[in-house]
Write a protein that binds this ligand. Structure first.
Ligand code: FAD
Length: 442
């Protein structure tokens, strides 16, 4: 098999976790390759049309703070310079999120990786591994338009969101709850041509209008808790309205090809039905769909089991960990059949965020592998919170820097000195919790 290249660090997947991992490793002086199956970065944030950062902020004793800093701040500044970043907005009256433009995100991410001298390989689908003695990954195989290629690296970081690389390498993982059911996926879409004055704060009234429509029998919706919010330009809104299930009502499984096919087609159908309803809402009469994203939005698939699994209790109790590498301020957000259930740590009594332990990134068994992002080591409830972009940036940055730290010390990722990693993260502007003062401002 032709060798594409030999690297010190190879990152599979260019979502928030992969972007941060690649930048962190390259900035620490390591020859780094990021491999992505699409021709652009951003992961679900662009490929699935999410267009909104959650988890960058925390509600700390009733006051909003931007908790996720470091590489995420650099990316946000670049998106902002391109005119593609909204001011943060309040969700459920309790927590901030921040919308962005997908074109700006893609360009900002390209520029960020180029500035830090990350090599990028687009249009390359990771497809398997060659192992050494069952414990070390020798090479990652990628399918490209030029044929199959091998990528060799000292350390691999799985940021595929689906734990593809970890699964091929034989790392243990979980998929869904005890019955194998994952959080439900959604097909996002964006509309333009909204009359912002007439629409006003329609995100407050749309859920009631949906209930009325269902009562009258004019429409039937796949779930409650629809999110319809304006983007940077007030006539453009994002719509998070759909929920994709199999024939038996269980969630579409994002690593099953037949499920994915059905989910894409049903997702687009549901989007059209949602749009037909939205056109009955005042201010939306002349709106039109401007974007159905490249793929169905997948919230959860494989969760690779590492040295610690972040739990729902950790999120609700704002847990602390000695090996913290950053924090998560997003609540539990469970996309269950027909509904979305949010659960927050007590406000204002609690500090509103949990720490994320380094052990979440270190899979059992495979020696030269780290896992970051939504496929890191979490229970299903823990993942329903820490899967959002903020925590994925945090995990990615820590994984990239941990890989560099392991290479410098000629040791395995699971054996690095945690205090050195924590110090390096802090020096790069990250907030890791512990004894650090909470960053001020939003
Ligand atoms: C419908 C929906 C709405 C959401 N809303 C929000 C929100 O409002 N705010 C928020 O912050 N989060 C939201 N999320 C969650 C968030 O977008 C994701 O959890 C987050 O993007 C995960 O980041 P990640 O880097 O771990 O993985 P991903 O974003 O999934 O990125 C993984 C990347 O790896 C690539 N990849 C995967 N497999 C391979 C392979 N084999 N070979 C090559 N490349 C591969 C993918 O193409 C992708 O670019 C939402 C998710 C969904 C589905």
């Amino acid at each position: 098999m032709p060798l594409y290249g030999e690297y010190e660090v190879a990152v599979l997947g260019g979502g928030p976790a992969g972007i941060a991992a690649a930048v962190a490793a390259a900035r620490a002086g390591r020859r780094t390759l990021l491999i992505e199956r699409y021709g652009f970065l951003g992961g679900m944030g662009t490929a699935a049309g999410v267009t909104n950062f959650c988890g960058l902020h925390g509600n700390v004793h009733g006051k909003m703070h931007r908790l996720v800093q470091g590489i995420a701040s650099e990316l946000l500044a670049r998106i902002d310079r391109l005119g593609g970043l909204n001011a943060p907005h309040l969700v459920l009256g309790k927590i901030f999120a921040q919308a962005y433009d997908t074109a700006a995100y893609k360009i900002a991410a390209d520029d960020l990786l180029a500035a830090h001298k990350v090599d990028v390989l687009f249009h390359a689908l990771g497809a398997g591994v060659v192992m050494n003695d069952g414990m070390r990954i020798n090479a990652l195989m990628v399918e490209t338009k030029g044929g199959r290629r091998a990528v060799r690296a000292n350390i691999f970081i799985d940021c595929s969101g689906d734990g593809d690389l970890a699964a091929w390498a034989g790392a243990p993982f979980e998929l869904g709850d005890a019955a194998g059911h994952t959080l439900y996926p959604s097909m996002m879409f964006r509309i333009n041509g909204v009359d912002p004055d007439k629409a006003g704060e329609a995100w407050r009234t749309i859920p009631q209008l949906m209930e009325e429509a269902e009562r009258k029998g004019t429409h039937k919706f796949p779930r409650k808790g629809a999110i319809v919010r304006p983007q940077r330009h007030a006539q453009e809104w994002r719509v998070n309205f759909t929920q994709l299930a199999r024939a038996d009502g269980s969630a579409i499984n994002g690593v099953e090809p037949e499920d994915l096919t059905r989910g894409e087609i049903d997702g687009r159908r549901q989007a059209v039905e949602a749009f037909n309803f939205l056109r009955t809402v005042p201010g939306f009469e002349n709106s039109y769909i401007i974007d159905l994203p490249p793929q169905l939005g997948i919230r959860e698939t494989r969760r690779v089991v590492g040295g610690y699994q972040l739990t729902g209790e950790d999120v609700l109790a704002c847990a602390s960990f000695e090996d913290s590498i950053g924090v998560n301020g997003w609540p539990i957000e469970a996309h269950i059949a027909g509904d979305v259930i949010f659960r927050f740590p007590p406000i204002p009594e609690s500090r509103g965020y949990n720490e994320l332990p380094y052990r979440m990134l270190v899979p059992e068994k495979t020696e030269n592998l780290l896992v970051a992002g939504r496929c890191a080591s979490m229970t299903q409830e823990g993942q329903s919170a820490a899967r959002v972009s903020g925590a994925c940036f945090v995990m990615g940055e820590a994984a990239g820097l941990a890989a560099a730290t392991a290479l410098s010390g000629n040791t395995l990722p699971r054996e690095i000195a945690i205090d050195k990693l924590q110090q390096a993260l802090k020096e790069q502007g990250a907030f890791i919790g512990r004894d650090q003062a909470v960053p001020v401002g939003v």
